[in-house]
Ligand binder design. Structure first.
Ligand code: PLP
Length: 399
């Protein structure tokens, strides 16, 4: 097969769905009208597809911190943390995270993706064993590939499957690292972290929990699912990203293990890439402060989650079981799901489209996500559109 053939294949798939309307994966947002409203193709559109869970992208404190840092430090660091790209701002943000989590150490990365690459790549090498949940995010899969470690998948959210895989390994010979997520980004379900941590302890495995989607949204202080489940002290490494509730870009790992600091010299995805830009780092610190000082944002978010879930069920949609900021609307067939997504967008409602390879064939999903910044009116309007379009296209149980 010609080298370019697989690229042509993608073009053909896009062309199949183009037909004068929005092409999945290629939506352009022309303007931002508010934390939950955008302009797409000249049309005001309600955003139910972003990860702006606490609505902080336009928060005045966050914008002010970014503007001040931009004026004071300029636009970029022009170097990696290890070379010439460490500013006081980076260290201040690390101290803020350590304090927030009550952990001794924190290290920040240029993206959440690179946080997993750096941590897992820094910890593991040939001869080690990494056990990952079968629904893991691409960054976790990619992180394991660079290690030359043995990688073993276990059944999604199944401590029993993890236990069996660990039991089959020869005792004590090789280091074991278990990697799970707090809240899974497609199905919106939560890991049973207490049971997973117990299995890890029984088998002498270190535990990483990626709280990308749960940071800011779960737990009394917004620290994520480990906090919400009371097991923060039983997790070795917590990973977070800035690109969701914290309304910026970057990643973080916190831990009580002092060895975490060595990633500064060891992790390729940290050493060989530029550090976060000053305005971004300052904005993330401001966002952390807002999250710490305003727990009521989480109350608003959860009220919206309940409103949306209840409304979808009332209108005959089949949705995922777990109450979470991610609401998967189960739609099944690819053609129908894409038609539905295009119609919703045409009506001014943006949700995320999950089709293969993002999910197995025939298990397509429209992924709606809630924000603290959605108003009751946003949710009512979104439900009205979903009800109308769902009946027209036969996507609801009632239709
Ligand atoms: C579980 C998980 N980890 C890591 C990432 C990567 O984060 P970022 O987009 O900040 O690179 C994501 C992004 O969606 C994610 O869902």
């Amino acid at each position: 097969m010609d080298l370019l053939e697989k690229l042509r294949d993608i073009e053909r798939r896009c062309a199949r769905y183009a037909a004068g309307t929005a092409i999945p994966g290629m939506t352009v947002i022309d303007r931002i009208l508010g934390p939950c409203e955008v302009l797409v193709g000249g049309r005001p559109t309600m955003m139910f597809g972003s990860n702006n869970y606490l609505g902080l992208t336009l928060h005045p404190e966050v914008i002010r911190a970014a503007s001040e840092a931009l004026r004071e430090y300029g636009t970029g660091t022009t170097g990696s943390r290890t070379a010439n790209g460490t500013l006081g701002l980076h260290e201040d943000l690390e101290a803020e995270f350590a304090d927030w989590f009550g952990k001794r150490h924190a290290i920040i990365f240029s993206t959440g993706y690179q946080a997993n690459l750096s941590l897992i790549g820094g910890l593991c090498g040939p001869g080690d064993v990494i056990l990952i949940d079968s629904d893991s995010h691409a960054s976790i899969y990619d992180a394991t590939r660079q290690t030359a470690s043995q990688v073993i998948g276990f059944r999604h959210n199944s401590p029993e499957s993890l236990r069996k895989k660990l039991e089959r390994l020869p005792r004590g010979e090789r280091n074991r690292l278990v990697v799970v997520e707090g809240l899974y980004s497609i199905r919106g379900d939560v890991a049973p972290l207490g049971e997973i941590a117990a299995v890890c302890r029984e088998h002498g495995a270190y535990l990483v929990v990626d709280e990308a989607h749960s940071l800011g949204t779960y737990g009394a202080s917004g620290l994520g699912c480990a906090e919400a489940q009371g097991v923060l002290d039983r997790v070795d490494f917590i990973v977070g990203t800035f690109s969701k509730s914290l309304a910026g870009i970057g990643g973080v790992c916190v831990s009580d293990h002092p060895e975490l600091r060595a990633l500064h010299f060891l992790a390729r995805a940290y050493v060989f890439t530029a550090s976060g830009s000053p305005s971004n780092i300052a904005s993330v610190r401001a966002a952390v402060r807002v999250v710490r000082e305003h727990p009521e944002l989480r109350d608003d978010l959860w009220a919206n989650i309940r409103r949306l879930r209840h409304g979808l069920q009332e209108r005959g949609y089949v949705i995922g079981d777990t109450e979470s900021p991610i609401v998967p609307i189960i739609t099944g067939d690819e053609e129908r799901t894409i038609a539905l997504w295009q119609r919703l967008l045409g009506e001014g409602l943006y949700v995320n489209l999950i089709v293969p390879p993002g999910c197995p064939k025939g298990e397509c999903v429209l992924r709606a996500s809630c924000s603290a910044a959605h108003t009751p009116e946003h949710i009512t309007r979104a439900l009205d559109i979903l009800a109308r379009v769902g009946v027209e296209l036969g996507a609801t149980v009632a239709s």
